[in-house]
Each structure stands twice: as structure tokens, then as C-alpha cells.
Write a protein that binds this ligand. Sequence first.
Ligand code: PRP
Length: 181
Amino acid sequence: MAPNNEKISTLISKEELQKRIKELAKDIGKDYEGRDLLIIAVLKGSFMFLADLIRELDCHVGIDFMGTSSYGASTKSSGEVRITKDLEQSVWGRHVLLVEDIVDTGLTLRYLVDTLRARQPASLKVCALLDKPARRRVRIGLDYYGFIIPNAFVVGYGLDYQEKYRGLPYVGVMEDEDQHS
Ligand code: PRP
């Protein structure tokens, strides 16, 4: 039960998340075997996915974070993304895996991939837990993804609604969509 007023129904259970993350970690571990990997997680939503993913990974992993936000009156659809927190380490010559909680319009990821590519990593791949293709505005390829989800407002497992619900151990759907459409 969500600890607030909104009604939330489970979309992806804790068990389903953990099972899929184990599978993703296995694939990633195999692909990066023998190589040092730098994981860059995008704040804030991806912190929980990152924490569970790296605990399942069987390879050497460094971690860094980037923060982003959108310009404009409408938060997500302005089409302009800016960096609010940059990396603390260089990606030059390193194998980089960008980790996101959700890809919605794809604008954040597009911007981050372009920004990181310009810094010349040895390789750059993208892993997103949730893929919501119905809202995509730019083409972006995902090397690893956890779940394809419908066009609904999702919260939990790192994702928020007005900064609430990030701590839920499952991904849920807000039932009263009028509040945020
Ligand atoms: C979310 C999510 C992605 C981005 C995806 O972040 O974590 O970074 O939106 O949206 P897009 O594909 O439309 O660009 P948000 O701006 O909600 O910040 P938060 O992670 O700090 O909650």
C-alpha cells in the first residue's frame, strides 16, 4: 500500500524486478567480461536500479553520476536538456554503461549519449530498466532494457510523483491520471 493518498496499482512486482535485474546483470557481466566498466547512473530515478544491478554484477565496476533537467515551462517536453551535475571522473578511453530508470521521450538519453560520445569513451552502451516507446520523440537505441511498459504514469523503485514514492520496492501505476496529465 502506498504511504500517501494517491491510488497506485502494481505494474511490475518486486519479485519480477529482481528476477529481470539478475538476467540483465548476467548479460552485462558476460559482455564486459575481462574489462573494467564504468557505470554512469542518471539521477535521481536510477539510484535503486543501480544499487540492485551492481550487486548482481560479476565484473569490476566503477560508478559515477550525472544529473539532468529540462528547460522550459513544461518539464519534460521542452526538448532542451541541461546537465545539473556532471561526472567526477573522465570517461576518455573507458568502457561506459549509461544506466537510466526510464526512457520516455528519449530526450534525456539522446542528450546524454551525445554528450558522453563527444568525450570519447572506448565504448558506450545504454541500459534502461523501463522503456515507454509510446512517448518517444527521438530515435535512441537501448543495448539493455528491463521492461517495455505502456503509456501510463509510473512511480516507485526510484521513480517519483512530486518527489513521492521513490522508495516503493515495486513499479506502480498512478490510477488517478487526471492529477498529472
Ligand atoms: C526521468 C528519468 C529520465 C528522464 C526520462 O527523470 O529518470 O532521466 O525523466 O525522460 P525522457 O525520456 O522524456 O527524457 P526526471 O526528470 O523525472 O528526474 P528524476 O529522475 O530526478 O526524478
